[in-house]
Design a protein around this ligand. Structure first.
Ligand code: SF4
Length: 167
């Protein structure tokens, strides 16, 4: 789980790149999640046309709000754990709330402060949730359907006047 702390890089770096280059460099060339959807899910996708809901603005707004709530939850809960006011959540959750009753094998065990383990599990939970949802939707509909309403993409895309599409 120590490695999942590196997931913070995946959360922050797309915005750093966008701030510097004003382009979605992360989405175009780097994102490992998109690569997974394309290369793995693409092989088994049923490629059914998705309902309009998934390609509309409402879905984008829902995922942006969910992303912001997640970030706030990660920051505040990690600070509370650091201050000793909250027990660390050393387990995976689906969405923010549902504990996954599995033990994740640890590739590397380091003697880190417990708040960093809490942080690692919280970041991993966000990534895990998006990959599960994106994979399910990708298998049923288009492999990269998730990318259409991914909060990272929505927040690094300039809106064009009179055109709701930003592809
Ligand atoms: S939209 Fe999201 S999942 Fe798709 S490439 Fe960009 S960051 Fe990755």
């Amino acid at each position: 789980m120590t490695f999942s702390i590196l997931g913070i890089f995946c959360m922050v770096f797309p915005f750093v790149l966008y701030a510097k280059y004003k382009e979605r460099i992360w989405c175009k060339y780097i994102c490992p999640r998109a690569g997974f959807f394309q290369k793995v899910i693409g092989k088994i996708s049923l490629n059914i046309k998705p309902p309009k809901f998934f390609t509309g603005e409402t879905m984008k707004q829902i995922t942006i709000n969910y992303f912001i709530v997640n970030i706030l939850f990660i920051i505040f809960s990690t600070v509370m754990v650091y201050l000793g006011k909250l027990a660390p959540m050393i387990y995976l959750r689906f969405f923010i709330a549902f504990k996954i009753p599995i033990t994740i094998p640890q590739l590397l065990v380091l003697d880190l402060p417990v708040f960093l383990y809490h942080l690692g599990f919280r970041v991993y939970s966000v990534m895990f949730t998006s990959i599960v949802i994106g994979s399910i939707l990708g298998i049923i509909f288009k492999p990269r359907l998730w990318c259409g309403f991914c909060p990272v993409r929505s927040l690094t895309t300039k809106k064009k006047k009179g055109n709701s599409s930003n592809r």
